[in-house]
Design a protein around this ligand. Sequence first.
Ligand SMILES: [Zn+2]
Length: 321
Amino acid sequence: MVVDGDRIAYAGPGRDAPGTELTVLVDGFLLPGVADRHVHIAMSEAGSVLLGGVTAVRDMAWPPDEIFPLADASEGPSFNGPLIRAAGPMLTAPAGYPTRSEWAPPGTGLEVRGPEEAASAVNRLADRGAGHIKVSLNAEAGPTPTDEELVAMVEAAHARELPVAAHVQGPGQAERALGAGLDELAHSPWTERVSDGVIEGMARSMRVVSTLDIHSFGVDTPELRKAQDNLWRFASSGGRVLYGTDLGNGPVPPGIDIREILMLFDTGLGAEAILEAMMRAPLELGAPADVIAVSGNPFEDIETLDELRLVMRGGRVVFQR
Ligand SMILES: [Zn+2]
């Protein structure tokens, strides 16, 4: 692989590679950098996330005055951390989740009253550079936006070419997300067994971020089993699974979380599906030079993803063993 600036200029057999000024020899298996599609980066440590092989993250709810400047800074070549795309605050109903949650500083939730306010909130976030919109459908922790408000959010977001992801918790909330035309679930649902019909509808039009480890950090629980069952049926119906950890909430390690990977494996996803869920862009001409190397071939042994040999972000080697 040859890098020019922050882009890949060549990927292929060594004998055909163009000459370079500097050569880095790595005894390992090269892969694209990992994208974690569900984090709360301010509750973790950005530098450690990058050193752990995660070169891009999506922040799924944080006060806008803090997270949007951080996301802007993360685009700079010398930023000590992964590329950050941010939702800003989570849209919710008055007094809804996460406005009363201990983990969430003031401003992590944005309360909307009515479809017009919901749409204008989306437009304000888009103006500030949001990469996606996050909505709270947590019926166990308070009121949730109405269906009319959800539809207004989705229409406004899609007009700005932004996807909408929901935190669903409580009976029927996944079905509401599907019905309102949302693009993503930020977690595989763990509070109910979602019906086959809804799962099949979701597989046609939505993506699901895994976040399996967050439920129990390595312990087998009914919640984890439910999340795995829903995710397995979703993936078997052709649904697109995205790797994500909810980093920042609980003891999820910064960087690649091998427990999340092993739980995806235990769910039934093969190595190829797991790697596809983790990668942002293939190693090819013109792709970002965000690259990792691991100790062996992860298609044969998925646990090699826990043995980093190299991390490069934007053409810069930040870790090498
Ligand atoms: Zn989260």
